[in-house]
Design a protein around this ligand. Structure first.
Ligand code: PMP
Length: 418
């Protein structure tokens, strides 16, 4: 598969070699690297991408959920153009940020107030800082294999969080509640994704998430849901769908219309500490927190494109696609499973959905690498780790193409899969 890939992509290969001179590995986003080298993209339109060698691919990577609107979406493009016409380094609050904030607060039940950042990583760092300041406690609880941003990855990275943390096991309701109680008044907060996104689209059970809610309420630690990826899963985010309300919520990705974005918010009692009129107000600055391109694109997207009705439809389309892929596996009796929820999914070796990222990591990942290159050869671009994400411009033709490429992979690689 790698040889075929090299032969098909001479221009991407040449650009990669050039890029390696200025960037380690020719790369500035670890997650976008794969063997033998990543495709270089020239352009995107709707849900299609064109790489440097001129191949057209259906974009099921969807910028890891940030690409919800698709490429060059006309409404978003107009919003960016409008912002460009009006100037973009105004150095003061602009006409758009409060409107975007209100739209987001109205949508997600956990939010009484919100503030913006430049990325999901920053949103999580700010939420953790707020939880530590609010509780006067130090320690943070996260989950093994959890990913919350570049310096917030708990899968054994040597670059990590500048605070003391303890780790629980994802989907272990009893053990996690016991750990929270044992940490008692040392624990400031618990940071968790209600479905592990990059960890493999592994849903957290209601029992697990509710046990975190109950135990943190008991000990006074704050519960933070990282919905940077999962907020797309219903009109009210995943916490709204599940009916579990965290104290703090972090957001990112598509909510900025596909531009750099992050946000953190939650209970007014906590967030209002950021009120700059307070003598003891907490600082939160950031030159580009209210950048007009993001504010304009984000507002246009939520108002005109990702309406509550469209959110329901997109996630129903995802459920249907995941069902078709799992049917294709079942018809062949192969040991593979497509995990996820709504418009986010990931393929795993094995017959059951893994309970946690470490469990997913122990399954044979080489097979998923092979699938990734096979799908590219079939005109379907997914994340290397086997993750696929839907975007609004997709329709029956793109879903059929995905299923066809996936079935081709299953049939061609049957001996390896078995
Ligand atoms: N949290 C989660 C759950 C994420 O998936 C990501 C990014 N993939 C982040 C936080 C970090 O967001 P950003 O890349 O915008 O810093």
């Amino acid at each position: 598969a790698a040889e075929r890939f090299v032969a098909a992509n001479p221009k991407s290969k040449a650009i990669q070699e050039q890029a390696e001179k200025a960037m380690p590995g020719g790369n500035t986003r670890t997650v976008l690297h794969y063997h033998p080298f990543p495709l270089r993209f020239a352009r995107g339109e709707g849900c299609y991408l064109w790489d440097a060698d001129g191949h057209q691919l259906v974009d099921f990577l969807g910028e890891y959920t940030a690409g919800l609107y698709g490429h060059s979406e006309p409404v978003i493009r107009e919003a960016i153009k409008q912002a460009a016409d009006d100037g973009w380094v105004l150095g003061g609050p602009n006409l758009l940020e409060a409107r975007l904030a209100q739209t987001i607060v109205d949508r997600f039940p956990a939010l009484e107030r919100v503030r913006f950042t430049n990325s999901g990583t920053e949103a999580n760092l700010m939420a953790i800082a707020a939880a530590r300041a609010f509780t006067g406690r130090d320690r943070v609880m996260v989950f093994k294999g959890g990913y919350h941003g570049g310096v917030l990855y708990f899968g054994g990275s040597p670059l990590n969080a500048p605070f003391d943390y303890v780790m629980g096991d994802y989907n272990d309701a009893e053990g996690s509640a016991a750990l929270i109680r044992e940490q008692g008044d040392r624990l400031a907060c618990v940071l968790v994704e209600p479905m592990c996104g990059s960890g493999g689209c592994l849903p957290g059970s209601v029992e697990f998430l509710q046990s975190l809610r109950d135990a943190t309420r008991e000990t006074g630690a704050l519960l933070i849901f990282d919905e940077v990826m999962t907020s797309r899963l219903s009109p009210e985010g995943l916490h709204g769908l599940l009916g579990i309300t965290p104290d703090l919520l972090t957001l990112g990705k598509y909510l900025g219309g596909g531009l750099s974005f992050g946000a953190f918010g939650g209970r007014a009692e906590i967030l209002d500490r950021f009120d700059p009129r307070r003598p003891d107000g907490w600082p939160h600055a950031g030159t580009f927190n209210n950048n007009v391109f993001t504010m304009s694109a984000g507002l246009a997207g939520l108002t005109h494109k990702y309406t509550p009705e469209r959110a329901v439809m997109l996630n129903a389309a995802g459920d249907s696609l995941r069902g078709r892929l799992n049917d294709a596996i079942a018809r062949r009796g192969l040991p593979l499973v497509v995990a996820g929820r709504g418009s986010m999914m990931a393929v795993h070796p094995g017959t059951t959905v893994p309970m946690s990222p470490p469990e997913a990591g122990r399954r044979p990942r080489k097979l998923i690498d092979l699938m990734h290159l096979d799908l590219i050869a079939g005109g379907v671009y997914t994340a290397r780790r086997g993750m696929a994400v839907l975007s609004l411009p997709m329709g029956a033709a793109e879903f059929d193409r995905f299923v066809a490429a996936f079935e081709e992979f299953l049939d061609a690689r049957r001996p390896v899969i078995e």
